[in-house]
Design a protein around this ligand. Structure first.
Ligand code: DAH
Length: 353
């Protein structure tokens, strides 16, 4: 019996010495001290031992149990310490390491131009209206005095969502905003609104993109004249391109305005003397505008005898190109961060430090 216990004890010590994790240690506890563990069974085996041998048997079992407990505790402390030092080692922070660079984005040049213009017009008492890019033929053309088959539609070919003329299309001009705002105004009272947004056309070269941005302006009231239009646009161009900027009106044609004008600004590069940007003319065309056509007023429920209005429309991309010296419109839509990041530095109000 004694030999057996000695053998068992040796084996147990060896096993306990070799454990490498708390889990292994716990497994050993189950193996020896669990309900059906080796030591537990030895203990309950006492009932089968002859009376005179019980004492010695009991002592031997106690020895092995104590040996187990002592070694178990020792190993547990050792393993716990090991675990803690491993954790400390792993989680050590080197506070002297340089920090990771936080990349901060910058506003897209188009967003900046749009926000700047919105601010300018809001300061002049305008509302901002953001219409849908998917439109009906009616809103995009018919109610703007471009009936089916009108030749001026040719310059605004677009992407149709179903059969041409029958269903929806991607709007070709933010002038659709005029229709939507006039129709939404149930009292048919005065309006002062700008509608910035994306428009689409079947175009694609260095100065025309199939998607670009426009901003429409619409003012409807009693006693509105071309003088108001000119004053408004003059303020707008001066604020955006510099106080020295002059504007001029050239007669033009748009189906939704009568009379219609094209608006030029003095070249901000040469100041009007003539250079490559303005093709030696000293002027650059930036806007279309005019007095709202009576048909347009009528179709959206306004009485042209009582109300007049002016409207204007401009490509925001062109303003961004002028403003930031961008030569290819397609870079504005290329999503190349190397291009976009350049604009963070030029903006005095940009939060990037
Ligand atoms: N919608 C026109 C275009 O895309 C621009 C325009 C011209 C808008 C004259 C107007 C306007 O409101 O009065 O070419």
């Amino acid at each position: 019996m004694k030999d057996k216990i000695e053998l068992l004890t040796k084996e147990l010590i060896k096993k306990l010495d070799n454990v490498e994790s708390i889990k292994e240690l716990n497994d050993l506890k189950v193996e020896y001290m669990g309900k059906k563990g080796i030591i537990t069974e030895l203990q309950s085996g006492i009932k089968d031992v002859a009376k005179e041998d019980k004492k010695e048997y009991g002592m031997n079992v106690n020895i092995i149990r104590n040996t187990f407990n002592e070694n178990y505790d020792k190993q547990l402390t050792r393993l716990k310490e090991m675990e803690i030092s491993k954790k400390i080692e792993e989680e050590r922070i080197d506070v002297t390491l340089p920090s990771k660079r936080i990349r901060q984005g910058s506003k897209h040049p188009m967003t900046r131009i749009q926000e700047e213009l919105e601010d300018l017009f809001v300061a002049m008492g305008y509302d901002v209206y953001d219409g849908p890019e998917i439109e009906t033929d009616e809103n995009c053309f018919q109610k703007l005095n471009l009936p089916l088959g009108h030749p001026a539609r040719d310059s605004q070919d677009t992407f149709y969502l179903e059969n041409e003329y029958e269903a929806y299309l991607l709007r070709t001009q933010t002038s659709t905003g005029q229709v939507r705002v006039m129709e939404a105004n149930k009292e048919k009272g005065p309006i002062r609104v700008v509608c910035p947004g994306k428009v689409y056309r079947r175009d694609d070269d260095a100065t025309h993109s199939h998607q670009f941005m426009q901003m429409e302006g619409l003012v409807i009231d009693k006693n509105v004249s071309m003088a108001d239009l000119k004053g408004t646009l003059s303020t707008f161009c001066k604020k955006l391109l510099g106080e020295k900027t002059d504007i001029r009106f050239r007669p033009s044609y748009f189906p939704f305005t009568e009379p219609s004008v094209e608006v030029d600004v003095t070249c901000f590069k040469c100041g009007g003397a003539g250079c490559s940007l303005c093709k030696q003319t000293g002027w650059i065309e930036v806007l279309g505008a005019g007095m709202v056509h009576p048909n347009v007023l009528k179709m959206s429920g306004y009485d042209p005898e009582k109300y007049q209005g002016f409207a204007f429309g401009t490509g925001l991309d062109r303003f961004a190109m002028f403003r930031f010296g961008i030569t290819d419109i397609r870079t504005l839509y290329g999503n190349d961060v190397r291009f976009l990041n350049q604009f963070a530095r030029k903006d005095e109000n940009n939060e990037v430090k």
